[in-house]
Design a protein around this ligand. Structure first.
Ligand code: FAD
Ligand code: SIN
Length: 532
């Protein structure tokens, strides 16, 4: 298969890019591929909303920039912050133009929410299902462009580079080039060679590498892992953001239901098992302190009391007001027997967002030629050591736009590479025991949660690395000898992501933002990125 633009991922980053290049190049072919249904993305589950300066009387670019820098704990790239905050408002306007509906006041102004770390109300939302509405609008907009095709259930296994032409490619190779990808059609089990002039990684996050996560099953870090295998540059992987308030349901594995931070923005209060509003003891901003601080405080309260959760108390919020903003959360709680008007909601932190990822420049270019990355899989410098709530949808749109602008300058000078060999599956046989994959995955998730969670130590990180090494060895053996499946590829990718998180965590000899190591409780004077 051949295309001009190949986009891997159908979330906000991938679709925004596709719409932009489709508009500009009606005669060129744009192909989006996704490993699941098109709308099964992290984007779909976004709740709180999209941050952007909307009310210039009360708010300003400077305030949004300042809030982002404070949350990022000294590690944000100020240029990236300025780009996203200032260009973000135009991207929001485009999204609205594509049909995304955000809640309005009776006078027609947008209703603006507030979340941890924001000094002003600036979060546009569609009730508590902003992501669902956004994904719907984006997918609908694609239909207007006959030059965009979207193929579901195609699992990208690897990027094609000079390595596949028989050249030795290492991290030191100067001009690594991307010619397209090998992708597994999960319905026919065939591996297709997909050639493209420009390839875009918009593969989302990696929360599924942890036992407890707000991320859906697609979030397995595939883009980061394949970029790393292709010898591209990865940055700041240690900064995994744990959302403070995932709904605690002891029997649920896989994806935890999120209780949006906007609930605390509307007055929700965290309480420990004794009913104490404990955030007062941790930070003057209390329940609306940045996420790293709130998640660590909850973790500490749980450790002190030996409980597996704390509570979010919304009983004092008028029911009518709660229902208007959070109907989905109300319904979810009701479905499991919690009446939010009289009972507190049990919550605990869960892996939520990857602040690090594929290192990109201000035009979303990766270290590999003709390969861009945007959205959660990229590390643009915006988030630093801790992402400010509701900044990620914004970032995805801004850098998708920039990637499209830069691609537009390149595309007419590029041609498809010929003589790319077909995927070589010789010597492999059907796996005898798929259960081995499931068991290894369970082990990985457990060890990541137990040893590489909110609070880390040198000993825990060393333990994690040892176990990851073993899982790696066993899984590589399976990969080399059996026919591949999405499950095996995802396991392999999550082991790579686990390795990258631990490696970066070990290299950071300080505690900063989301990375807290009790062996190095202080911050180093100079904030540095860790690049692998
Ligand atoms: P995604 O939307 O995750 O899309 C990834 C795409 O890549 C999918 O189509 C997937 O199938 C595809 N893909 C992945 N690997 C492969 C492969 N190997 N082959 C083929 N296709 C592949 N952010 C905010 O700013 N505001 C919020 O309110 C907010 N709330 C959130 C709530 C929840 C519960 C979660 C989980 C996240 C939230 N976030 C929020 C974060 C935000 O939703 C994500 O960071 C953002 O949506 C990521 O978009 P994306 O386009 O990068 O990736
Ligand atoms: C939330 O709604 O609490 C999530 C917002 C985000 O992750 O940015």
């Amino acid at each position: 298969m051949q295309t001009d633009f190949l986009i891997i991922g159908s979330g906000i980053a991938g679709i925004t890019y596709a719409l932009k290049v489709a508009h500009q190049f009606p005669d060129k072919k744009i192909l989006i591929i996704t490993k699941a249904q098109a709308d099964e993305t992290n984007t779909k589950y976004a709740q709180g909303g999209i941050a952007g300066v909307m009310d210039f009387e009360k708010d300003s670019f400077d305030k949004h920039i300042e809030d982002t820098l404070i949350a990022g704990d000294g590690l944000c790239d100020p240029k990236a912050v300025e780009i996203v905050v200032k260009e973000g408002v135009d991207r929001i306007a485009e999204l609205i133009g594509w049909g995304a509906r955000f809640d309005k006041e009776s006078d027609g102004d947008y209703k603006l929410g507030k979340e941890g770390g924001h000094s002003e109300f600036r979060i546009l939302h569609h009730k508590d299902i902003t992501g669902k509405e956004t994904e719907r609008a984006l997918l609908d907009e694609i239909n207007k462009y006959p030059n965009i095709s979207i193929i579901n259930h195609f699992f990208v296994v690897d990027l094609i580079t000079q390595h596949h032409l028989g050249y030795l490619v290492t991290k030191a190779t100067p001009d690594i080039e991307c010619f397209g990808v090998y992708a597994l059609n999960t319905q026919t089990n065939e591996i297709i060679t997909l050639l493209a002039k420009i390839t875009v990684l918009a593969t989302g996050g990696n929360g599924q590498a942890y036992r407890s996560t707000t991320n859906p099953f697609i979030a397995t870090g595939d883009g980061v892992a394949m970029l790393y295998r292709a010898k591209g540059r990865i940055e700041n992987m240690e900064f995994i953001q744990f959302h403070p308030t995932a709904l605690y349901e002891p029997n649920v594995t896989g994806q935890s239901f999120l209780i949006t931070e906007a609930v605390r923005g509307d007055g929700g209060i965290l309480r420990n098992k004794d009913g104490e509003a404990f955030m007062e003891r941790y930070d003057p901003r209390k329940d609306l302190a940045p996420r790293d601080i709130v998640a660590r405080a909850i973790d500490n309260e749980m450790k002190i009391s030996g409980t597996e959760h704390v509570y979010l108390d919304v009983r004092h919020i008028p029911l009518e007001k709660f229902l208007e903003h959070f109907p989905n959360i109300y319904e979810k709680c009701r479905s499991i027997g919690i009446d939010i008007a009289t009972q507190m909601i049990p919550v605990s932190p869960a892996a939520h967002y990857s602040c690090g990822g594929i290192k990109t420049d201000e035009w979303a270019r990766t270290s590999i030629r003709n390969l861009y990355a945007c959205g959660e899989c990229a590390c643009t410098g915006l988030h630093g050591a801790n992402r400010l709530a509701s900044n990620s949808l914004l970032e995805a749109m801004v850098y998708a736009h920039r990637a499209a602008a830069d691609s537009a300058l390149q595309i007419n000078n590029l041609s498809l590479r010929e003589n790319i060999p077909a995927w070589n599956a010789s010597g492999t046989t059907e796996p005898k025991e798929m259960i081995l994959i499931t068991q290894s995955l369970k082990e990985l998730r457990l060890l990541m949660s137990d040893y590489v969670g909110i609070v880390r130590t040198n000993t825990r990180l060393a333990r994690a690395m040892k176990r990851i090494d073993l899982l790696w060895e066993e899984t590589e053996n399976l990969y080399q000898t059996t026919t591949i499946s999405p499950q095996l590829c995802e396991l392999r990718n999550m082991i790579t992501v686990g390795y990258l998180i631990v490696k970066c965590a070990q290299l950071r000899k300080e505690s900063r933002g989301l990375h807290f190591n009790t062996d190095y409780p202080g911050k180093r004077e100079r904030a540095e990125n860790i690049i692998l």
